[in-house]
Design a binder for this molecule. Sequence first.
Ligand code: RB5
Length: 141
Amino acid sequence: MIALGSDHGGYALKQEVMKHLTERGIEYKDYGCYSEASCDYPEYGKAVAEAVASKECELGILICGTGIGISIAANKVKGVRAALCSDCFSAQATREHNDANILAMGARVVGPGLALKIVDTFLDTPFSNDERHIRRISMIE
Ligand code: RB5
């Protein structure tokens, strides 16, 4: 189960992500927001972060205008490693090296075509399980 969240700036791109996940047969839960009305990104960053930290969902995807505010908010929750990505290389590396459990994107930064490739890369790349990466992640914790 993938936890999804956005503010108003990420709402439209989140609809594209939901459609894409449905087409791929991947289950998700949308933690809001639920319209393009102006709202506060920390609320949704926290909701998705708590769903991932509690293991209610395996991974999360967060979208705001830049991806910055919502990733900062998510990373306040213990156990969360939210990675802001605007390219597929970073999405792959952050799964392999950081075992990132939340992907953050900026809807005003990446177009929908690239965003869906980033989503696929993030979801399809496993953690490397290399000792050095496990050590570094435990240092963060
Ligand atoms: C909302 O205007 C915007 O500030 C928000 O989506 C995000 O970019 C914050 O980091």
